[in-house]
Design a protein around this ligand. Sequence first.
Ligand code: S3P
Length: 212
Amino acid sequence: MGQDQGHPEGRLALNRPKTPNVVLVGASGSGKTTVGQALARILGFGFLDVDKLIEKRTGKTVEAIFAELGEEGFRSLESETIGSLERVLNHVVVPGAGALNHEKSFELLKRLGPVVWLATPVSDIANRLLMKPDEIRKRPLLASAVEIENKNERRKYLYTKLEEMQKFRMEFYQKADKFLVTSFATPETTAQLIKSLLIEKNLPQVPADQLQ
Ligand code: S3P
């Protein structure tokens, strides 16, 4: 994490005072880490994963923190960690999916730079996660899905759970400065689209209430 000035192209392409960083938000499994890393490469920015920073600060995994302190304890650590990024410049910052619905974290994230919501459809997320049980296991709010043996039942459970979370979190995601719906685009293509969204003010936007 640094105070570097970033890649010259990134500085030219974006309006620097308005875009000190880019914050990429979205559901678990929406692809925000891979897209965020691609975006960082394209912009010549650094990349920061808030969950990884929490794990580094505490020396504990996210699962261990949830087990020891519960979700509330995790949210406090998450807020503190986001608050510690106050002076960061030229980074793509990716918080965990639930950070936005914690008011303090949301305010702190907004101060870092424009917030872009990667609005991947829930069915795509469920399909992706079902192929990677380890990815489900390390997310305490979804982990019980792996205990369901029957594949159809597991899919149904995961889909319902993700949909519930999405409904509850929609109100906060809708407050993002920009959003885009992606399904099968590569991380690089999606990252290029985000860059365009950040530069070109008039790209058409799907109304947020049509994203379910
Ligand atoms: C969470 C999502 C996780 C992680 C934690 C809580 C959530 O991050 O922060 O397990 O509240 O949905 P990902 O968005 O990377 O899954």
